[in-house]
Design a protein around this ligand. Structure first.
Ligand SMILES: N[C@@H](CCC(=O)N[C@@H](CS)C(=O)NCC(=O)O)C(=O)O
Length: 198
């Protein structure tokens, strides 16, 4: 049985949770209290030396870290990962965009505002996080104004990766009303049969 090490507040953890629900795959769920350092114990570091959830453990004990790598592994052979090489590359393009230009701004702003006592340094960096997050949302708005989905004619793991933190961006101080095509797309993702909330 697959085992997912996860935290219920994490958008990165929600990505594999959402895909597993769409795939109808059973798995063991292990809640890791990241705010209490449970992802930094020797036992956890043996599974992911980077000390972060999510981690997917396979039947033979092999562990996969990095939420988007987990999505890529789980989606193989399903309608959520195209087979055409160009479409696969474009799927990865949006997933790398999510990790480099979206998550470090929107997820981090949300984490600081919602889950921790912000330090002075973090408070000083918050405007830059907001600016970076708005830039990512503007790029998404441009793509979604011309297409219902990031790649191809249906939902892929690119949409799942980007949905995770976009749908809670308001918790990071972002006003999604300024991005109408993004709001319509959030609705499309939410209305997919098999959807589960975070
Ligand atoms: N790039 C990683 C980021 C994972 C990540 O930042 N995980 C956070 C929760 S969202 C975590 O485990 N933090 C605990 C810690 O750093 O100790 C991914 O996409 O999986």
């Amino acid at each position: 049985m697959l085992r997912l090490y996860d935290n219920h507040l994490s958008g990165n953890g929600y990505k594999p949770r959402l895909l597993l629900a769409h795939l109808g795959r059973a798995y063991d769920h292990v809640e890791v209290d990241i705010l209490k350092g449970e992802s930094r114990t020797p036992e956890f570091l043996a599974r992911n030396p980077n000390g972060r959830i999510p981690v997917l453990e396979l039947d033979d004990g092999t562990c996969i870290a990095e939420s988007n790598a987990i999505l890529f592994y789980l989606a193989e052979g399903s309608r959520f990962l195209p087979t055409d090489p160009l479409a696969r590359a474009l799927t990865l393009q949006w997933m790398f965009f999510e990790q480099y230009s979206h998550e470090p701004f929107i997820a981090v702003a949300r984490h600081w505002i919602q889950h921790v006592e912000m330090s002075e340094a973090q408070r000083a960096q918050l405007p830059a996080k907001s600016e970076g997050g708005r830039a990512a949302l503007a790029i998404m708005e441009g793509r979604l104004a011309e297409s219902d989905w990031f790649v191809g004619a249906g939902m892929t793991i690119a949409d799942i990766a980007l949905y995770a933190y976009t749908h809670v961006a308001d918790e990071g101080g972002f006003d999604l009303a300024s991005y109408p095509a993004v709001c319509d797309w959030l609705g499309r993702v939410r209305e997919q049969p098999g959807h589960v909330p975070m």
